[in-house]
Design a protein around this ligand. Sequence first.
Ligand code: CA
Ligand code: FE
Length: 542
Amino acid sequence: MGHLSRRHFLGLVVVGAAASGVAPRLPVAASPRLAGQPALSDDPFTLGVASGEPHPDSVVLWTRLAPDPLAGGGMPDADVAVAYEVAADEGFADVVAQGTLDALPEHAHSIHLVVTGLEADRLYWYRFRAGGWDSPVGRTRTAPALGASVARLRFALASCQNWTGGYYTAYAAMADEDLDLVVHVGDYIYEGGGAGVRPHNGDEVFTLAEYRNRYALYKGDEHLRAVHQRFPFVATWDDHEVENNYAGDVSQDGITGPAWLERRAAAYKAWWEHLPVRMAPPTGPDLQIHRTLDWGGLARFCVLDTRQYRDTPVCLVGDGPVYPACPDLDDPTRSMLGADQEAWLAEQLRAGGVSWNVIAQSVVFARLQLFGGFNMDQWDGYVPARQRLLDVLADTSTPCPVVLSGDIHAAGHAALFADAADPTTPVVGTEFVCTAISSSTIGRSFGTTGLGAVLEATVPGLDYANADDNGYLLMTVTPEAVTGDFRVMSTVEQPTATVGTDASVTVTCAELGRGDTPPPPSTTTTTTSAASPVRATPRYTG
Ligand code: CA
Ligand code: FE
């Protein structure tokens, strides 16, 4: 390998906010670092601005300079200075941090700026300037102080935003919500080609340049940009950020080795470049993204990676699973999270100091028989690993667990039983699944309606399901309860739509065996799912 320049270690730049009232308030345009910069002939802020992962004293600010976004960005192959300002007010009268940093060509001229020294639990505004152009003004906020009493947290849960599946009417609605955060659990892009409601820019993507152009297409949507501009994100990935249904170091078609890892490296790099995430950039096919985020004493988010470390799927015959008549599925050595992440997660969940443990991750956790079988790409394909996590959730000394999921292009709420396969065991957690922002719902994909009601009637613990509508989840967390409002769009096949609430589900901490009230006895009717022949199922590509 050639020499490593200083710049290979950059990418996540940390700066401190100046002490309020002491900082010289030079206008950003007067920055000496910008003075020697050539002007850019076209607006480089086509992909908008974003923020993410608020801590009590810091937040990540993001942008990427791309005057020609769909064709590699259109930037010179050189470092370009970007000036930033962070203010305590929307009019930038009270600037609390400012300076310049370089956007580097090796990171597609994206910047990830960690602004520190901020006050807890308040709004901030930020903007950038580069090449003679001003960015839009973004708004963000900091988290409450660690352990602080917090009356309410409100966030949106989003997943599965296939460009070809439809317009981002859901993001248009989300931008009007009153949110502290947006939690994204994956399928931020889709790697395939295709047309659908809106055509992708080209065929399936494989190279870093192609992944970058795909992100640029998605980021070009005004409603997605608006949501990023307004709320900080906490993001993890699912499969389509790389390739449908891949598992660790194996592609969905069983491809392994250097070519696959090269593709994974390109995909992970492009993900890092385009999301406002708080981590250094990857230098190869590996990137640790599991992490926690505390919201005062109210909630701890454990953000998981269910793709990078998972074992190869088993019990697939052709496109159909043969579970439960498949001994490989009971192999206790198989893992969804990998040993390190699994041990880390148990430690975080047991750490305490918060009312709620919120586990943000990509794929459905509850046992879910669908189309006569089980989806081996979900936790149903990793039964002993799921049970190990359920055992941690069942420990009543761990704060109340809430699992958040996406991937399935349907919405739902399910009780999590101490034994996933036995609905007569106590309820030890609760799972909220958001439907797709725009990807074709199960109902749209298979030309059916009303599947949700069928699932509610047949799947133990599943008290709400909607497989027909696109939308997102509006989540409200208080010390006592968590509420999910299932927001649904009238359409994603037209550019404009109306939003409604299909259902609201509230779960109290006491119902999960915590607090003073004992958990209610389970009244769910048990349906057996004996080893019966599994029908041929369509290959599900959530
Ligand atoms: Ca997926
Ligand atoms: Fe998806």
